[in-house]
Design a protein around this ligand. Structure first.
Ligand code: GLN
Length: 312
């Protein structure tokens, strides 16, 4: 970035932060006990460019649970292992139009998950991670998240035990998949691994770096390591555009026009292919499970920088 480019991004994240700070509403996720206890006033915005420049403001070094944003990276890992067309065939690429943990889409489609970015498809994705047991699958998921972030990512034992003790609904989803032949490992192993992948701690800067690795065609722009094949970026971003914000994915596409992914920990990440990634963190969520202030911040940054994939 030139000096003016840097100044524009700094101005944009400051404006995104201010717009988010002026927005109220929403409520921390409370179905996972740990998430209910996170201070709701935390707020951070970060941008990492495809050249590896880092911009941040607010609580950008506060580490929070990655939750559903992890689905993007396990999808990427599985795509490396089995290829894009097998992912498309097994996990789908359509929006469900239903809440992230709905079982109804499974019932309507003979147990085939429609998207790897809702719980059913993400648990099926976790079941496709190669490994002889849960520990070896988990090791490759953690290594993959770390390579996207450019630093060692770690599990929060606190978040993980809170989720493992309460994930009955996800276990039911795994058994439904298994009965339909669409869970490709022991179902309880798949949920165990999926629950752990949601329980790692990331900062807003980590999220933006993970997104920038997609923005720069699969190479982490900070460490310069190739993390995934360049050809896999477009289908991953397509999945994010279709289902990244659950039942408000269409609203987000209409208003912002960028592939994005949210998590119930309060994180949100958007990718501008070839340019940069924008991440934000603020715990209170809307009814769809997306960070209220995080959406405002990311949308504002994108608007100020003039990024919308659908704008000619
Ligand atoms: N671990 C959470 C769950 O499976 C993740 C959900 C989310 O972030 N939307 O319920």
């Amino acid at each position: 970035q030139t000096e003016t480019g840097r100044a524009r991004i700094e101005e944009a994240i400051a404006a995104g932060y201010a717009a988010a700070q002026a927005t109220g509403g929403g409520k921390n996720a409370d179905y996972i006990p740990f998430l209910a206890s996170v201070p709701p006033d935390l707020l951070a915005v970060a941008v990492v460019t495809a050249e590896g420049q880092v911009f941040k403001t607010g609580d950008a070094d506060y580490a929070f649970a990655i939750e559903s944003i992890s689905k993007v990276f396990t999808l990427a890992l599985v795509m490396e292992a089995i290829g894009a067309s097998a992912v498309h065939e097994k996990l789908g690429a359509d929006p469900t139009g239903l809440p992230f943990n709905s079982v109804i889409a499974l019932e309507l489609h003979q147990g085939k998950p429609l998207s790897p970015l809702v719980n059913a498809g993400a648990i099926a994705a976790a079941s496709l991670v190669a490994g002889s047991d849960a520990e070896s699958c988990w090791a490759s998921i953690l290594d993959n998240q770390s390579r996207f972030a450019g630093r060692p990512i770690a599990l929060s034992p606190e978040v993980n035990s809170s989720e493992q003790a309460t994930n009955f609904h996800n276990r039911a989803i795994a058994w439904l998949l298994y009965s339909a032949g669409t869970c490709y490992s022991d179902p309880m192993r798949a949920v165990d691994v999926y629950t752990r992948q949601c329980s790692t701690l990331v900062t807003t800067v980590d999220l933006a770096t993970m997104g920038a690795t997609l923005a720069s065609g699969g190479v982490n722009p900070v460490t310069k390591e190739r993390v995934i094949a360049g050809d896999h970026v477009a289908p991953i971003l397509a999945e994010m555009m279709m289902e990244g914000l659950y039942t408000s994915s269409g609203d987000w596409a209409f208003n912002v026009g960028l592939p994005a992914k949210s998590g119930v920990g309060g994180g949100i990440l958007a990718v501008v292919p070839g340019k940069l990634a924008i991440a934000a963190f603020a715990p209170p969520l809307d009814d769809a499970g997306n960070s209220v202030r995080g959406q405002v911040a990311v949308a504002k940054v994108a608007e100020i920088l003039g990024y919308n994939l659908f704008r000619p």
